[in-house]
Design a protein around this ligand. Structure first.
Ligand SMILES: *Cc1c(COP(=O)(O)O)cnc(C)c1O
Length: 370
C-alpha cells in the first residue's frame, strides 16, 4: 500500500457533500467574482478575521500576490531593500523583485529553520524598508527578536504565513504580530482552496483599504479608479470552499500535531534529526521535515517502499539560477546550505493514520540499520 505525501482526495471524501452544496450555491447565485458586494467573499473574510482575531482581512488571488500587494501598499518599490530568509518558497523573494525592490537574503536559525534575527541585523542598510518573516513548515519565526529589530531600525514587519495557518508565537496567532501578514490558500496548504487563493490581514485600516484598492483596479466603487491597481481578487467559489474548510482547521491542525508526535516517538530509535518546536510557540506542521547526512540513501529506500517524500527546498534561494547575479556561494549561507543538503519532508496531512506513520518510520529505522 503506497503512502501519498498529501491526500486531498481523502479530505474530499470526508466533507465533499458539504463542499458541493457550498460550491453549487455560489454557481446558482452567479457570484463568481470577488467584487466588493460578493457575500461569499465577505463571509470568508469575516470568519478568517475572527479565526485570527484581527481587524482586517482582504482576499486576493493567491499568496504570492498577497505579499506583492502588501509591499506595494506600504509604498515599497525601486531602490528599496527587503530582507527575506534564504530558505523559503520563492514567492517571498519574487514578490519583492516584482514590485521593483531588491530582496536581501538572510540565513536561517539552525534549530528552528526560520530566518535568523542575528543574520537579519547584518543585512540592514540605509535602503532597508522591511523584513519578511516566513513561518516555515508551520513553525513560528523568532518574532520577538525580529520585532525588536524592526522597531529599532524603523522597518516594516510582514509575516508570510502561507505555511502556518493557526500557528502561534507567545500565545498569539501568527499573522497578528507584524504590520501585516499574508496567507496562501493553495490547495495543499493547511487551509486550502480548490484552486489558487490568498489573503492579506492587518490591524491597520488604511493599509487594508490600500490593499483592497490595489487588488481591484484601484476602484473605491465601480468605475471610480482612485489609483491604478490590478486584478487580484478572491473568487466566490474559492471563498465558499474556504468557509466550509475553516470550520475543520482546528481539528485538522490537532491531527497534524498528533501525527508529528507519533513520528517523533517512532523516530527516536533512529539517528535522523527530528524537527524541534520553538519553546512557547505552536508548530502546525504544514510539513514534517527530518534531516540526515544520508539523505539520498533514505529517499531511495522510501521510494522503493512506495512512500512519497519531498525536499523543501533543494537549494537556498540565493543559490538558485534566478539569483546568480548576486554571485553568492554556499559559505554566504552556511546554515541554509547544510539544511538544504540534509532535509526530507515525510508524508504529513490530518488524515494520515498511525499505521501509515508506523510503516514510514519502520522503513527509516531499517534503512539505517541496513
Ligand atoms: C505557498 C507559499 C507562498 C505563495 O503561495 P501561492 O498561493 O502559491 O502564491 C508564499 N510563501 C510561502 C512560504 C509559501 O509556502
Amino acid at each position: 500500500m503506497s503512502i501519498p505525501f498529501v491526500d486531498l482526495k481523502l479530505q474530499y471524501e470526508n466533507i465533499g457533500k458539504e463542499l458541493n452544496t457550498a460550491i453549487n450555491e455560489v454557481i446558482s447565485d452567479a457570484a463568481f467574482i470577488g467584487f466588493s458586494g460578493n457575500r461569499y467573499v465577505k463571509d470568508f473574510e469575516q470568519k478568517f478575521r475572527e479565526f485570527l482575531g484581527i481587524e482586517h482581512c482582504v482576499g486576493c488571488a493567491n499568496g504570492t500576490d498577497a505579499i506583492e500587494l502588501v509591499l506595494k501598499a506600504l509604498d515599497i518599490g525601486r531602490g528599496d531593500e527587503v530582507i527575506v530568509p534564504a530558505c523559503t518558497w520563492i514567492s517571498t523573494s519574487e514578490a519583492v523583485s516584482s514590485i521593483g525592490a531588491t530582496p536581501i537574503f538572510a540565513d536561517i536559525e539552525d534549530d528552528y529553520y526560520t530566518i535568523d534575527p542575528s543574520s537579519i541585523e547584518t543585512k540592514i542598510t540605509n535602503k532597508t524598508r522591511a523584513i519578511i518573516a516566513v513561518h516555515l513548515y508551520g513553525q513560528a519565526a523568532n518574532l520577538g527578536k525580529i520585532k525588536e529589530i524592526a522597531e529599532k531600525y524603523n522597518l516594516k514587519l510582514i509575516e508570510d504565513c502561507a505555511q502556518a495557518h493557526g500557528a502561534e508565537f507567545g500565545g498569539k496567532k501568527v499573522g497578528t504580530l507584524g504590520d501585516a501578514a499574508t496567507f496562501s490558500f493553495f490547495p495543499g496548504k493547511n487551509l486550502g482552496a480548490y484552486g489558487d487563493a490568498g489573503c492579506v490581514v492587518t490591524s491597520d485600516p488604511e493599509l487594508a483599504n490600500k490593499v483592497r484598492l490595489l487588488s481591484n483596479h484601484g476602484q473605491a466603487k465601480k468605475h471610480d479608479h482612485q489609483i491604478e491597481g490590478r486584478n487580484s481578487r478572491l473568487d466566490g467559489i474559492q471563498a465558499a470552499v474556504l468557509t466550509v474548510k475553516l470550520k475543520y482547521l482546528h481539528e485538522w491542525t490537532n491531527n497534524r500535531i498528533k501525527n508529528a508526535d507519533i513520528y517523533d516517538s517512532m523516530l527516536s530509535r533512529s539517528s535522523v534529526r527530528r524537527p524541534a518546536t520553538r519553546p512557547g510557540s505552536k508548530h502546525v506542521f504544514h510539513l514534517y521535515v527530518i534531516r540526515t547526512a544520508k539523505r539520498d540513501q533514505l529517499i531511495e529506500s522510501l521510494n522503493k517502499a512506495e512512500v512519497s517524500t519531498g525536499i523543501h527546498y533543494p537549494l537556498p534561494l540565493p543559490m538558485q539560477k534566478a539569483y546568480s547575479n548576486y554571485n553568492y556561494g554556499v559559505h554566504d549561507f552556511p546554515v541554509s546550505s547544510k539544511h538544504t543538503s540534509e532535509i526530507i519532508s515525510l508524508p504529513m496531512y490530518p488524515e494520515l493514520s498511525e499505521q501509515q506513520i508506523e510503516k514510514v518510520c519502520s522503513k527509516i529505522v531499517k534503512s539505517f540499520n541496513a
